[in-house]
Design a binder for this molecule. Structure first.
Ligand SMILES: Cc1ncc(COP(=O)(O)O)c(C=O)c1O
Length: 380
């Protein structure tokens, strides 16, 4: 069974690829679908982009919207989560003294974008610290309630935190912010295909998700959802012909680009459903849990207090003996890749190094077992 699933991906068989979360592999059938779209476009690109693309994109958007529980008109494609979050941040109108509130588990690039936007207008960033490793995502609403200020103009929350693999309780957090009149941007880069989404019910102000991580789309497929009352002032970073003509027009054309990742995204959703949909997600989560338990048994480090996060991503503390700073983390990550053919993110946090394990259908426990001798060798 595992071999059959592995054959669906172009993965180098010598690799233990434990990082679907950062850069997911695109399955062969989806790569072929994307190639077919590219060929169709190339047979007459001007005609395709001008006459066919709008309808084709509307179809693809509709499929993605259905998958994430949204109305198609509220959702636009973005090349990646960075672009989606950047569009929301760049569309803010901030004044000196305003604040953007982010957690200390947020994605670094999104924090940079927020810093850039705040710095331009004399606004500032505020940081909500989430305890770690004594993590308790359920404590988020209370912490958030205490961190909101009269000048908080935006809260940015990850749906699943990137480095620490914590699922945040968004419904409560969004309701709290709404009650306080503070808009929320959800960075859901890891959520589509990983969690079941109902964006209409969540009713955040903006939600960004990638399709090229856990939803098997070709790389370069993400989306930005905006609540209907948040669409008028929203513009992409690349202003183009649809300027001020509404969400769909302004994001529907942001200059000439290759739309094949968007057009092939629905095939990724069909692929996911064909693997078993929620059942395959549960299998991936079980494998991640088993792998984390096996490594924790070997290394006996602290465990994030969240215990079983129910995700296909888990954080495992490395044993003592490694310098715990970002450059040591990067060095170890490179050593694991070059000397041991293991791709896994290494994270420096709370005075030690951690591995963030991902599990996807092409993985098996033996992939994670390779970490035991590799880490022993690197510890010296
Ligand atoms: C929480 C989070 N936000 C944003 C991103 C950026 O995603 P992309 O590279 O698709 O822009 C990532 C990537 O891993 C992420 O984990």
């Amino acid at each position: 069974m595992r071999r059959r699933l592995q054959a669906l991906f172009p993965l180098d068989p010598a690799m233990a690829y434990l990082n679907h979360g950062t850069v997911g592999l695109t399955p062969w059938p989806i790569l072929r679908q994307a190639a077919a779209w590219r060929e169709a476009i190339e047979s007459n690109p001007a005609r395709f982009l001008r006459l066919e693309l709008p309808d084709r994109l509307a179809w693809a958007r509709g499929e993605v919207a259905r998958f994430v529980g949204a109305r198609p008109d509220d959702l636009v494609f973005a090349v990646n989560a960075t672009a989606g979050c950047g569009a929301v941040l760049g569309s803010l109108r901030l004044a000196p003294g305003d604040e953007i509130l982010l957690t200390d588990h947020g994605y670094g690039a999104v924090r940079h974008a927020a810093q850039h936007v705040a710095g331009r207008s004399g606004a500032r960033l505020a940081t909500l610290g989430l305890p770690f490793p004594e993590s308790d995502p359920a404590a988020l609403p209370a912490l958030l309630g205490r961190a909101l200020r009269p000048r908080t103009r935006l809260v940015v929350l990850d749906h699943i935190t990137s480095e620490t693999a914590l699922p945040l309780p968004l419904a409560e957090a969004v309701a709290l912010c709404r009650g306080a009149g503070v808009p929320v941007l959800v960075d859901g880069a890891h959520a589509p295909g990983h969690l079941t989404l109902d964006l209409d019910a969540l009713a955040a102000d903006w939600y960004v998700g990638t399709l090229h991580k856990w939803a098997f789309a070709p790389r370069g497929a993400a989306f930005l959802w905006a609540r209907s009352d948040r669409q008028d002032d929203l513009e992409p970073s690349a202003i183009s012909w649809g300027y001020r003509q509404g969400l769909q027009a302004s994001f529907g054309w942001t200059g000439t680009s290759d739309p094949t990742p968007y057009l092939a995204a629905p095939a990724g959703l069909v692929f996911l459903a064909g693997l078993g949909g929620p059942a395959v997600r549960a299998r991936n989560a079980a494998l991640a849990r088993e792998a984390a338990a096996m490594l924790r048994g070997c290394w006996r480090g602290p465990e994030p207090a969240v215990g079983d996060n129910g995700l296909a991503m888990h954080l495992v503390a490395l044993p003592e003996g490694f310098a715990a700073n970002p450059s040591a983390a990067l060095r170890l990550r490179d050593r694991l890749l070059r000397s041991h053919r293991i791709e896994v993110p290494v994270i420096a946090r709370a005075g030690r190094l951690w591995l963030r394990l991902s599990a996807q259908v092409y993985n098996e426990l033996a992939d994670y077992e390779r970490l035991v001798p590799a880490i022993a060798a690197e510890r010296g």
